[in-house]
Write a protein that binds this ligand. Structure first.
Ligand code: BGC
Length: 469
């Protein structure tokens, strides 16, 4: 058994997002978001279950912060609902929305927990969608104004900001139609992705001008693709999928524009977004940290139809891989592989937070003992946390780790069918129950040490064509 020790300044946190947990979708002056509309559209979510109620975090704020205090986390990563603050997306702020986030921030700080605030976790005001949404270049100004409002109202107390969470969600929402707002138009999808990079850069500039003192960054999810075989077709597919997902953003954030390889493919497919002078310079605004959401890798095989990548399930199993009882692959090396992209490809040495990691379980209803025994989640989190600690020790700039998620919550198009929480939530009563993983995480937070039994599966595997576990 190996004991992992976490340095005192290594940040341990939990993460949520506004639409997934808050509920109160139509209360206290909040405007509709694109997710409010999408999840009420038949055929868009599993079972046609809308997310209006979230898991009632809006009304259970004090209780939920109490849980976090008991867990002993250093930081709470949550997002602001843009339409709760600006019901029409622009214009007059909603005072009740500002009051809610004031309470959330003040109570979090009073519990000794540092707020890490995300400006955008996918819930665009519906009013702005009606004006064209993210593919409309005007979004750059809308987002900048919204960011300025947030810095102005909360920047005196919030010292860690993320502009966007996982901008690839824009491709799923505008390019594929599987997320809100449900448009399946690749041209508009790529345009939304580029506009978001410029909007991000403008928000960073606005933060620098605001006089607030703190750190600002962005969160990108990195799912490295591993070709199932050594064939040329599999390797090309792996590269293309990586380019289309995280490298599209990293090229803009760190490279000053897309690589010749990506640009060529965008041109060949007629998907090159409209770019104005200065866009790439804006998108490249220096950052204080990078957030990486790391869940696993994806095995790709050009000849086989496979499970779409956003389900985080590999249709292909590689010999020697580790799989949880629920079928998910357990591949902590994904974390080091993601770091390697930043370091080795882009030469980026900016501090990194692992802003999300976790795993969804099958049916996790409390048993007769009233408990949820989620041993797989403990294995999963301990593997990735061990990997994060090892990377920190190797000097790779990893400053912290946020478990996704504090609570079972509304998992987007999967509605409530995927449970990622450390705490179980009864959807009838909204009662919270600690799972075994919550007890485990609390011990880690308090003792800053934990055991991980499989050190042999840690470490970078970047460049390896197939799994080696
Ligand atoms: C998102 C979360 C989501 C989680 C689990 C991430 O892609 O940021 O909102 O719940 O993954 O699927």
């Amino acid at each position: 058994m190996t004991e992992i020790l976490l340095p005192d300044d290594f940040v341990l946190g939990v993460a949520t997002s506004a639409y997934q947990v808050e509920g109160a979708a139509h209360e206290d002056g909040k405007g509709a978001s694109i997710w409010d509309v999408f999840t009420r559209t038949p055929g868009k979510t599993i079972g046609d279950v809308p997310g209006d109620a979230g898991v009632d975090h809006y009304h259970r704020l004090t209780e939920d912060i109490g849980h976090m205090r008991r867990l002993g986390v250093d930081s709470y990563r949550f997002s602001l609902s843009w339409p709760r603050l600006l019901p029409n997306g622009t214009g007059t702020p909603n005072q009740a929305g500002i009051d809610f986030y004031d309470r959330l921030i003040d109570q979090t700080l009073a519990a000794g927990i540092r707020p890490h605030v995300t400006l955008y976790h996918w819930d665009l005001p519906h009013a702005l969608q009606e004006r064209g949404g993210w593919p409309n270049r005007d979004v750059i100004g809308w987002f900048e104004d919204y960011a300025r409002l947030a810095f102005d109202r909360f920047g005196d107390r919030v010292t860690q900001w993320t502009t966007l969470n996982e901008p690839i969600a824009l491709w799923m929402g505008y390019g594929m139609g599987v997320f809100a707002p449900g448009e399946a138009d690749p041209v508009r999808g790529k345009q939304a992705m580029h506009n978001a990079m410029v909007a991000h850069g403008r928000a960073v500039q606005a933060y620098r001008e605001s006089g607030c003192r703190g750190d600002i960054g962005i969160v990108v999810d990195v799912w490295r693709r591993h070709p199932a075989t050594g064939s040329r077709a599999d390797r090309d597919l792996a590269l293309a999928e990586e380019d289309d997902s995280f490298r599209f953003f990293f090229d803009e954030l760190f490279g000053g524009g897309w690589s010749a390889r990506l640009q060529q493919r965008l041109d060949a497919t007629g998907l090159t977004p409209m770019v104005e002078d200065g866009d790439f310079a804006t998108a490249r605004a220096p950052l204080d940290f990078i957030g990486l959401n790391v869940y696993s890798r994806i095995v790709v095989r050009a000849t086989d139809p496979r499970t779409p990548w956003w389900t985080s399930e590999n249709a292909d199993r590689l010999p020697g891989g580790n799989y949880l009882s629920g079928g998910r692959e357990f591949y902590p090396a994904a974390l080091s592989d993601a770091l390697a992209v930043l370091r080795d490809e882009y030469g980026v040495t900016t501090p990194v937070y692992i802003t999300e990691n976790g795993v969804s379980g099958p049916d996790e209803t409390p048993g007769v003992d009233g408990r949820v025994h989620d041993a797989d989640r403990i294995t999963y989190l301990s593997g990735f946390l061990a990997e994060a600690e090892a990377a920190a020790r190797r000097g790779l700039g990893v400053k912290g780790f946020y478990a996704w998620s504090l609570l079972d919550n509304y998992e987007w198009a999967a509605a409530y069918t995927e449970k990622f929480g450390l705490l179980h939530v009864d959807l009838e009563t909204m009662q919270r129950t600690w799972k075994d993983s919550a007890d485990w995480y609390a011990r880690v937070c308090h003792e800053r040490r934990f055991a991980f039994d499989h050190p042999e599966i840690l470490g970078p595997t970047s460049g390896l064509p197939i799994g080696r576990m």
